[in-house]
Ligand binder design. Sequence first.
Ligand SMILES: Cc1cc2nc3c(=O)[nH]c(=O)nc-3n(C[C@H](O)[C@H](O)[C@H](O)COP(=O)(O)OP(=O)(O)OC[C@H]3O[C@@H](n4cnc5c(N)ncnc54)[C@H](O)[C@@H]3O)c2cc1C
Length: 386
Amino acid sequence: MIDRRTALQTTGWGLLGLASAPALAQTAFAPRTPIVPINAQADRLMRITVCLRPFRAAGPRIEVERIAGRQVIHHYGHGGSGWSLSWGSAMQAVPLALQAGAREVAVVGAGAIGLTTALTAQRMGLKVVIYAAERFPDVRSNRATGTWSPFSRVAMEKAVDPGFAARWEVMARRSWAMHQHYLGRAGTPVEFLERFVLFDAPPGGVDHAISLPGGGTDMFVNYEERLADITPRNEPLGRDQHPFPVPIARRNVAMNFNVSALSSTLEQEFMAAGGRFEPMTLASPRDFARIKERVIFNCTGYGARALMGDTSIIPVRGQIAWLPPQPEVRYGVYYRNIGVTPRADGIVVQNVGATEAFGFNDANETPDPDAARASVEVIASLFRAV
Ligand SMILES: Cc1cc2nc3c(=O)[nH]c(=O)nc-3n(C[C@H](O)[C@H](O)[C@H](O)COP(=O)(O)OP(=O)(O)OC[C@H]3O[C@@H](n4cnc5c(N)ncnc54)[C@H](O)[C@@H]3O)c2cc1C
């Protein structure tokens, strides 16, 4: 997702060709992407989805535990970065199964982490069965924004071990490289799009301290500089370089995941390599014994909180208001804390909050229609003034 800190700090790269679609009339405006207006009207809302980011202050849990006679490799807790970090995270988890001498493994969970873990295991020569309560489109991963956000709510400064930042960087770089293999594929599972970051006034400093459920405060880690060489940077735009009615505008280019196309591509690849899905709900850790494979990846995401009684997982709520797809809209926008991402399966309109504390420790998964309409109205007001 576009989080506020990313919007403020990232500065842009990448030049896209000047196209000639029905852009807004401009004189000096020379867009690289034509700015076709987004039809942001609250009465066009087609659905509202809510998702809980499976956040752990110490970062994703990747470790082996012996449970019910099985080697369980925990692989969960990727916060707001699950899609982004998925491949690199799987590349750290799967070798633990190889070390255990496994030839056939089970994966519990069929979200972003479960699918990429299963595919990575297959590529490393393992036979894989996925057991899961839900598959796409019912998993929480299906309710993600779908942008490259490896920095988003991934861990907290005081809670991480000294080696975490380096491991995270390896994870992020491997993921970045792997996602690029899905560019240019049928159905466009992954693509790059321009994004405009807009402000009414110079963005001021923001207090990023988070109050923890058990007391005290901490801050989300901020590793953006570690990926400075590969992360799109914001490019400031002059008033004559964009059509938006704001004094401050920046442009960057962002990797986006068309989640429905990406998940179906991953599922197809998994099955084409001999993978199999089996519906199963585990009520407690004892249920790992119901799985015949001796080595099991636990990729249950937020579900691990209930399954494992793992209160280190803190929900971070996020809601998306969906507008019908507009294939002609080929750019994203961030304005007044609202991020807009055009996807093949709809236009994502999301309040990302004034700080990263937005939604922290909020497990309410019920959609809030008033908030959804308010988010769309912010974007409507922007385009009325264009
Ligand atoms: C609003 C929002 C926007 C986001 N946007 C982005 C983004 O743009 N980019 C990004 O990288 N990340 C984003 N994220 C984060 C990302 O969605 C998560 O990190 C990711 O979905 C976690 O994937 P997962 O596979 O671990 O979990 P899930 O998708 O929740 O999958 C868990 C799987 O485990 C199964 N399961 C759970 N419990 C059990 C059980 N007891 N028995 C059997 N099966 C079980 C489930 O059925 C499911 O198959 C966003 C999150 C939110 C909330």
